[in-house]
Each structure stands twice: as structure tokens, then as C-alpha cells.
Design a protein around this ligand. Structure first.
Ligand SMILES: [Zn+2]
Length: 310
């Protein structure tokens, strides 16, 4: 009886910077770990000063190649690409081009995702928080598309174009995902733990300015889940480095030595967006409280004999 988790990410490289070690851990535990990537990353600039320049017309193919290498490093069971056009990051939102992912109607990508959810039938979905977690319009859209896709996937009245006219023998039956999380990539507790450890060990920290700028703006909320995955940080690093055009090996993502990170914050953090079962923070497992065998038989998600002590 396989546990199934599906991650929805905005761009190629987000799967490596958010939840990658968690995904690798679940792969190693035998779960089915599925990736959905919404855009093609075509608007990305070369962000790694050590990478060779890339002609604009080669960016899409480059991002796809890098994504494939990162997927192999993490070990995702299956991947789906929705294929939308990257909106790019713009300080001025009015500069976002028409037709890009964040400027299209919610309906089409939500239906695409809903059809994937009905096919994959995940017990857990991971997406971004309502504000995107980072003010990129595609990340905010990623959240909106996920939440609408979840509604459509479970709505028996929703025609997702997956019926006979689409070449399938029958429409896929509705599927309700019992637990939905948002990634919390840099919760204040992580920043502070690594900042303090860096000051003690090295007398300097890459997070000093960031902490000063956000300390009074961000509530020191405790995540709902901390998934222990320090042993899988090396897989996350390999995946990050596969995105040669985007990730500087001497840059932001590698500012804290991994041994120090493993010692002081060997987790990836999440907040619950929706759950059909009681959440008892701080969870250490995104499947906590779910009886996946019962769910797959169409029963109540929480009727776990072990959870009831039977
Ligand atoms: Zn992104």
C-alpha cells in the first residue's frame, strides 16, 4: 500500500529549493513522489555567474534539461509539466506580459492539474502559501491553481476533459486529497538557528541583513510540520547544482555549510493549508494521521486501526 505525495511547483528549480530533501526522503521510504511543474522557466535569466551564457531561444530547452537532471537526483517517481509560459520576475507587476502563467485565467491550468490529481490520487499535496512564499507572480498563481485544482478534482460534476471524448475509456473518478501543505522554506526559526550557529562557528552569517529586514515584519510562527531530512540534504544539493543556469555553487543556497545545517536545522518546514484529519503540531511526517489503506478503499481518512489503538 503505497503512500503518495504530489508537489506542485512554479518553475524548473523550485522543486530543488523547496521540499527537495523531503521528497528524496519519501522516495527512499518507498512512497510515490510526483512532481508537477507549471511553467517552462523560459523567462529565467542566467543567475549563476559561473555558467556559460545561454541564447534566449535556448533557455526553454536548457531549463528542461536541467529539470530532468534535478528530478533524477531527487528520484521523483513521475513528473508532469503543465507547460505554461514563465511570467518572469518584475518589480512592477504591470510589466508582466499577457499570456504568461500569472496572467491567464485560472480555469485551464486548474483543470489540467485536477485531471492529474484524479490520475495520481495523492494522499498529500504540497504547494506554496497564499502569498507565494516569495513575491513572484507565478508562485502566487501556483497556490491559486493548486487550490482550485483540488476543488475540481473532488467535484463529481467537474468535467475535466478526461472522459471518452478525450480518448480515455471513462472519466477518472473524483479524488479528494486529505492533506494539503504549503512549503515554509525560510521560517524565522530556521533563519535564527542557522544565523546563530554561523556566528558562533564562523563569526559571520549570510543572513544578518535578511534577519534585520524581516525580524519585525514576520511573525515568529512555528511550522505545523518539520520533516527531518538532514540525511537527504546531499540529494537536494545535487538537484540544486543540476540547475547550472540558475544556481551559483558559491551563492545563496550554499551560504551555510551542510554539516552545520544538519546539526542545527535538519528539517524542511511546512504549514497546513487543509486537512481532513486532526493535525497535532509539530508533525514530523506529512502523512501523519492518515490511514492511506483506508483512504484508498474510499473510507474515512482517519480510521487508522493503529491510531485508534486497535
Ligand atoms: Zn520559481
Amino acid at each position: 500500500m503505497n503512500r503518495r505525495v504530489l508537489f506542485v511547483h512554479a518553475h524548473p528549480d523550485d522543486e530543488s529549493s523547496k521540499g527537495a530533501a523531503t521528497a528524496a526522503r519519501y522516495v527512499d521510504e518507498g512512497a510515490e513522489v510526483v512532481l508537477v511543474t507549471c511553467t517552462d522557466g523560459d523567462a529565467g535569466d542566467v543567475l549563476n555567474p559561473q555558467a556559460a551564457p545561454i541564447a534566449p531561444d535556448a533557455m526553454r530547452a536548457t531549463r528542461a534539461r536541467e529539470l530532468a537532471a534535478a528530478v533524477a537526483a531527487i528520484g521523483f517517481t513521475r513528473t508532469h509539466a503543465l507547460g505554461y509560459v514563465d511570467s518572469g520576475y518584475h518589480e512592477d507587476p504591470s510589466e508582466v506580459a499577457e499570456g504568461t502563467f500569472s496572467r491567464i485565467e485560472l480555469d485551464a491550468p486548474s483543470r489540467q492539474l485536477a485531471a492529474i490529481l484524479r490520475r495520481e490520487r495523492p494522499h498529500v499535496v504540497v504547494t506554496y502559501p497564499e502569498n507565494g512564499g516569495y513575491p513572484h507572480p507565478d508562485h502566487i498563481m501556483n497556490h491559486l491553481v493548486t487550490m482550485r485544482g483540488l476543488e475540481l478534482a473532488e467535484d463529481p460534476g467537474a468535467d475535466l476533459g478526461d472522459g471518452p471524448s478525450a480518448g480515455h475509456a471513462a472519466a477518472l473518478s473524483p479524488w479528494r486529497v486529505p492533506k494539503v501543505y504549503a512549503t515554509s522554506t525560510f521560517p524565522l526559526e530556521r533563519l535564527e538557528a542557522l544565523h546563530t550557529a554561523m556566528l558562533e562557528a564562523h563569526g559571520q552569517s549570510p543572513y544578518t541583513e535578511w534577519l534585520e529586514s524581516r525580524a519585525d515584519k514576520v511573525p515568529a510562527e512555528v511550522p505545523d510540520a518539520r520533516v527531518r531530512c538532514g540525511e537527504h540534504f546531499s540529494r537536494r544539493d545535487a538537484a540544486l547544482l543540476a540547475h547550472v543556469s540558475q544556481i551559483d555553487p558559491d551563492g545563496f543556497w550554499f551560504g551555510v555549510p551542510r554539516d552545520l545545517e544538519r546539526e542545527h536545522y535538519p528539517y524542511e518546514a511546512y504549514t497546513v493549508l487543509r486537512s481532513d484529519v486532526l493535525v497535532q503540531p509539530v508533525e514530523d511526517d506529512l502523512f501523519a494521521g492518515l490511514n492511506v489503506a483506508a483512504i484508498d478503499r474510499g473510507q474515512d481518512p482517519a480510521t487508522a486501526p493503529t491510531a485508534r489503538g486497535a
